[in-house]
Design a protein around this ligand. Structure first.
Ligand SMILES: NC(=O)c1ccc[n+]([C@@H]2O[C@H](COP(=O)([O-])OP(=O)(O)OC[C@H]3O[C@@H](n4cnc5c(N)ncnc54)[C@H](OP(=O)(O)O)[C@@H]3O)[C@@H](O)[C@H]2O)c1
Length: 440
């Protein structure tokens, strides 16, 4: 094919797209490619065409009318077609998505993916494969849906030494926590409402246990610290142990509770963690409610920058995927411009959670007897943990029990966990109801 004037030889005049997946995101991408075709072609400078769409079940009713002949259930119709130049993977999961991505890159196709799990687990390997084949691999939609955070870490913020990333990157958990804070509902009620509204899946484990956020934090931290982290490097706690009282007491103390994904640099090592934490109510992240996501970057040059927006959903995710597609198409014919040499990164070590220095919120059920608090204070003191405040709540005369909420000054995680083990065994202590870290 001869390229029209202005287009170097060797670059196709028409760029063909193979779309893998026609679900929530794929339908948005296909609709945009069909509806906005001439606009996209203008932006790219070449005609762009959706050539094949891979699904699992050809008989399933679809939200979109595709031109005849586009749909296939055979991945080879895309992977083995040399005229498909860009592969867009929005299937999800690792199997067979990862194998398809590898096959596509090896065949010299540029790849756009929204797949956080594959990018978190195998991103460095896939980026190396892309580089070896002289193609681009773009994954903006893998973190934060419509929030352009991946590209910013790769490009606009690349001059910074990133001191910390603090983020709310799972809309499902943020929706549940917002309902628990504002409507005073239990965790179970809030989860079932999220499921009814389509914000939580039938099996919500990945979201509520922090696994999804850990995938996304792995990607952000690998980019920010130019290193190769794995999801297993992220200390992870879910939100299912939170109770309405925690929100009530947090509010009384001037805090909100948010599930945070945090990466920060401490003495040359990175600490990576996902857990529900108390944040001062006036902090910007404390005000991020519902299914919204936000990412705060603290960089050596830019200072604190906050990204806020829709972290999931058809349109926001389509925005990220099609944005990557435009970028991949514009860069075709040039060198592969992969952001980072992740496999040869600086290899920053990961600091274990035991080394974390944090303030803590501890809620205990105790016998309503004199001297209990003194015993608890003694154990904390022995562990070098200094108390910042104590609230005695909800005395129940009939059971002679009370609830105590203690906040501490900064202390070492390992010391706090050891002290809590001793406190749990004190005869007057009925239960340690919850322990949460306090982010300043
Ligand atoms: N949904 C969001 O808001 C969102 C946001 C950010 C990132 N993402 C990421 O985007 C990706 C897609 O998410 P989604 O919500 O669009 O998923 P989805 O609604 O479940 O759609 C998945 C699509 O992939 C197809 N598919 C799955 N396995 C297949 C296989 N083995 N062979 C052929 N086709 C297969 C399915 O075909 P059938 O239709 O025939 O079943 C379906 O069309 C995931 O990696 C997800 O993490 C999603």
């Amino acid at each position: 094919m001869t390229a029209p004037s202005g287009i170097p030889n060797g670059i196709p005049a028409e760029i063909n797209i193979g779309l893998m997946g026609l679900g929530v995101v794929g339908t948005g991408v296909a609709a945009t490619l069909l509806r906005e075709n001439s606009h996209l072609s203008d932006l790219i400078g070449r005609a762009v065409k959706l050539k094949k769409v891979l699904v699992r079940d050809l008989s399933r009713p679809r939200d979109i009318d595709l031109p005849a002949g586009l749909l296939t259930a055979n991945a080879e119709d895309i992977l083995a077609d040399p005229d498909i130049h860009i592969l867009v993977e929005v299937m999800g999961g690792t199997d067979p998505a990862e194998a398809y991505l590898k096959q596509g890159l090896s065949a010299g196709k540029h790849v756009v993916t929204a797949n956080k799990e594959v990018m978190a687990k195998s991103g460095p390997e896939l980026l190396a494969l892309a580089r070896a084949n002289g193609v681009n691999l773009l994954f903006e939609a893998s973190v934060g849906g419509g929030i352009p955070i991946v590209g910013c870490l790769m490009n606009e913020l690349a001059a910074n030494d990133v001191r910390s990333i603090r983020s709310i990157i799972n809309g499902t958990t943020n929706y549940i926590l917002t309902a628990m804070a504002h409507q005073h509902t239990s965790f179970e009620q809030a989860l079932s409402e999220a499921q009814e509204r389509g914000y939580a899946e039938a099996d919500p484990t990945n979201d509520i246990e922090g696994i999804d956020a850990a995938y996304k934090l792995t990607i952000l931290a690998s980019l920010a610290y130019r290193s190769t982290f794995q999801p297993g490097d992220v200390y992870c706690e879910g939100i299912s142990k939170l109770e309405p009282q925690d929100f009530q007491y947090a509010q009384e103390l001037g805090f909100a509770i948010k599930s945070l994904a945090i990466a920060n640099l401490v003495d040359g090592a990175v600490q990576l963690r996902v857990y529900p934490a108390l944040l001062p109510a006036e902090h910007m992240l404390a005000k991020v409610d519902g299914v919204y996501n936000a990412v705060e970057i603290d960089g050596s040059l830019c200072g604190q920058v906050l990204f806020h927006g829709m972290g999931a959903g058809r349109e926001p995710t389509t925005s990220a995927v099609v944005g990557d597609l435009i970028e991949a198409a514009r860069k075709m014919g040039g060198p592969s411009v992969l952001p980072l040499e992740l496999p040869n990164g600086s290899g920053i070590p990961v600091r274990p959670i035991d080394d974390l220095m944090s303030r803590y919120y501890i809620r205990l059920g105790v016998a309503d007897h004199p001297g209990v608090l003194a015993q608890i204070a003694q154990v904390l003191g022995d562990g070098q943990i200094s108390i910042a405040s104590v609230l005695q709540k909800d005395v129940h005369p009939e059971t002679e029990s009370a609830e105590i909420v203690i906040t501490t000054h900064p202390a070492r995680e390992a010391s706090v966990q050891k002290a809590l083990q001793i406190i749990t065994e004190l005869p007057q202590v009925r239960r340690v109801s919850n322990t949460l870290r306090i982010e300043e």
